[in-house]
Design a protein around this ligand. Structure first.
Ligand SMILES: [Zn+2]
Length: 143
């Protein structure tokens, strides 16, 4: 049997007996991790240092996708926050601006109930939520 053939046969055997080899492999991996702890740690540290910007950006993106600022001023992270609209248009005025939309919610108990709107509409929405509409109409003399 030539070497190439033997290698192929070995590989297919391993593939067929994957289930049987798994515990052994896991043990081996754990042992490897234990024996090369320092090495792996250095590698991880170096990887982090080299890809610092990239990793931070990814972390930042993940945070931005989930964070909601509460009325009290604190910011929390929720899993079910509505996604940033793919068309990047304000839900209220339907404009597409160069600046990012703002996530607006009206009830801290349900931060997942909200919408993505532009700056202008956000002021408007905040005013509405604060009951300014009535005051405005009263001042304007509208009955
Ligand atoms: Zn708008």
């Amino acid at each position: 049997m030539d070497k190439e053939h033997l290698r192929k046969w070995k590989r297919s055997w391993c593939r067929k007996n994957r289930e049987r080899l798994l515990p052994q492999r896991r043990q081996h991996a754990a042992l490897y991790r234990m024996e090369h702890r320092e090495e792996l740690r250095t590698y991880a540290r170096e990887y982090y240092r080299a890809n610092n910007e990239k990793l931070k950006k990814r972390q930042n993106k993940r945070w931005r996708e989930r964070c909601v600022q509460l009325k009290m001023g604190s910011t929390i992270s929720i899993d079910n926050k509505p996604l940033y609209p793919t068309d990047e248009r304000c839900k209220l005025c339907a404009r597409k601006l160069k600046v990012r939309l703002i996530y607006h919610h009206w009830d801290d108990e349900h931060p997942e109930q909200g919408m993505w709107i532009c700056y202008t509409c956000h002021h408007f929405a905040e005013g509405m939520d604060a009951g300014m509409e009535m005051k405005y109409k009263r001042l304007k003399g509208v009955k």
